[in-house]
Ligand binder design. Structure first.
Ligand code: VGL
Ligand code: ZN
Length: 194
């Protein structure tokens, strides 16, 4: 059985200068890189919306226009440039798809199972939305889930949302760990010595 790193929505619109900037979102870059270098399998999701997505304020939703498919804002953050990704999964593609979970209307669970993954390590943005939903769904799909607390950041529409999200993920069965803890136990690196 195998371990996979799952990087959630590390995209321009969720980082500095983006349309839905997550405070300190850029600061996950260093731990995400270190983690990606030590995992044999790395999967990533993108928030990938049509221009009239139902979550946009103009359409009655809670969010500013963000991560519109094929725009700069929807592209991965530059820190992702030299990561080797085994697959990229786009969510929130339908006008009415909520798109918070990487498992919603996607083949992510199937892709993971095809690679014999049983343990999923979750990092990315945002703690209180897509990381939360993806970690909970991963757990419900039967994967053993670890959320990497220094490689996530929250939007915090309301103060305490990230803390509540961590509690929800824990209640769903996820373990919360630091990247140092994960790296200490992740096994030999495919990148080390290269
Ligand atoms: C997200 C709000 C709206 C996320 C996506 O990636 O957490 N948050 N769309
Ligand atoms: Zn979105």
């Amino acid at each position: 059985m195998a371990k996979a790193l799952l990087i959630i929505d590390f995209q321009n619109d969720f980082t500095a200068g983006g349309a839905l900037e997550v405070p300190d979102g850029d600061r996950i870059a260093a731990p995400v890189k270190r983690l990606a270098d030590s995992f044999d399998l790395v999967f990533a999701t993108r928030d990938w919306h049509p221009p009239d997505h139902a979550s946009f304020q103009a359409d009655g939703g809670p969010w500013p226009v963000h991560c519109v498919r094929d725009t700069h804002g929807a592209e991965f953050h530059p820190a992702m440039d030299d990561l080797r990704l085994d697959a990229v999964v786009d969510v929130g593609r339908g006008r009415d798809d909520q798109g918070y979970s990487g498992f919603e209307k996607s083949n992510l669970a199937q892709l993971l199972r095809e690679r014999d993954v049983d343990e999923v390590y979750v990092c990315g943005l945002a703690t209180d939305y897509c990381v939360r939903a993806s970690a909970i769904d991963a757990s419900q799909e039967g994967f053993e889930v670890t959320v990497i607390e220094d490689a996530i950041r929250g939007v915090e529409v309301d103060e305490g949302d990230s803390e509540r999200a961590l509690r929800d993920m824990r209640e769903a069965g996820a373990r919360i760990a630091t990247s140092d803890e994960v790296l200490a136990s992740a096994g030999p690196s495919r990148a080390r010595g290269v």
